[in-house]
Design a protein around this ligand. Sequence first.
Ligand SMILES: Cc1cc2nc3c(=O)[nH]c(=O)nc-3n(C[C@H](O)[C@H](O)[C@H](O)COP(=O)(O)O)c2cc1C
Length: 349
Amino acid sequence: MYRALKPLLFQLSAETAHGAIHAVLRGVESASPARSALDRWYGVDDDRLRVRAFGNEFPNPVGVAAGFDKNAHVPQSLAALGFGHLEVGGVTAERQPGNPKPRMFRLPEDEAIINRMGFNNDGADAIGARLDANPLPDVPVGINIGKSKSTPLDEAADDYGYTYERVAEAGDYFVVNVSSPNTPGLRDLQHSDALREILTALVEAGASPLLVKFSPDLSREGIAAGVELAEELDLDGIIAVNTTTEREGLRHPKRVEEGGLSGAPLRERATSTVRFVAERTDLPVVGVGGVFTAADAYEKIRAGASVVQLYTGMVYRGPSIATEINRGLLALLERDGFDSVGDAVGADL
Ligand SMILES: Cc1cc2nc3c(=O)[nH]c(=O)nc-3n(C[C@H](O)[C@H](O)[C@H](O)COP(=O)(O)O)c2cc1C
C-alpha cells in the first residue's frame, strides 16, 4: 500500500508529508482496536529476536530513532507497527520553534534526508506531562535529551538536568544528545570536559540507564575519548550515530542544503563507527544510520550493535519496514546458524 501512497506523499514537502503521517498515527494512538489490528498485521513475535540490553528487554532489535516522534504523540502507534523500541525527542528544557521552514529535504536519488530542524519541540514541561498522562507501549521508550538553543554552552549541564527531571518517570532509558549539527556549538559538547560535566550531572541526578549519542563526524580520537569517558562514568551504552554534515557522493540538487544528512549515504560510516566503538568497549551499542533492510540491520548487529534504530528508512520504505527487517533477520540468523540476535551481536569483530 505504501508503494501507492509514496508518490503522493513525495509530492508534498518532506515536513508536510511527515505531518500527514503523524496525523494518521495520532488517530491510531487514541483508537485501541486500530492499534490491535496493526499489531496483528505488523508484529513479528519470535523469541530469537528478543534482546536484553542496558537494563531493558527488547521484543525485537529494530527501533525508531530520535526525531520521528519529537513530542511523544505516537509511541503506542509506533510500537503497533512492530518496532521493538522507540526514542522520543529530542526534548529540550525550553519549548522551541526550531529553524525557519523549509528545514527538511528528501534526496530521493540518494535515498537520503537533509534536516536542519533545530530541536523544534514542545519543551520538557509539556512533553514530560504528556508522557506521564498517556499510556505508553510495552516496548522500551527512550528519551533523547538535547540542549535549548538559548542556553549558553557553559550552562548546558543544568539544561540537560532540568529536562531529565521532567521526563524521568516515563523513560526506560535516557540519551544525552550532543551530536545534532543543527544547534550552534552543540557538537563542541562532545569534547571531554564539557561532556564529563553533563554526564556527571545526569548520573548524580539518577538518570539510568544513561546512553550518549555520538556524531559520525567526530574524529576517531574524539570517539575513543567519549567511549573511555562513558566507561569511567559507568554509563549504560552508546548510540552511534547522529546525522553527518558530510556530503560526499550525493547526486540530488538538494545536497547543497545545510543540515544533517541521514539515510543510505550514512550507512557505511555508521556501521564503521559502530564497529570502532564495539571494538573498544563492552558497553552495549545502538547502531543507527542508513538502516533500510534486514541486511543493513544485520550488518550493524554483526559489527557490534545490540539493537538498531532507523528514521530515514521509514520515509523511503514505509510503515512495514520493521516487519520486513524482523522477518529478514530471522532468515539471516537461520542461514548463519545463530540461535538468536544476541548470538550474532559482534560476530564480525
Ligand atoms: C528529521 C530528523 C530529525 C531528527 N531529530 C533528532 C533529534 O532530535 N535527536 C537526535 O538525537 N537525532 C535526531 N535525528 C537523527 C536520527 O535519530 C538518526 O540518528 C539519523 O537520522 C540516522 O538514522 P537514519 O539514517 O535511519 O535516519 C533526526 C533525524 C531526522 C531525519
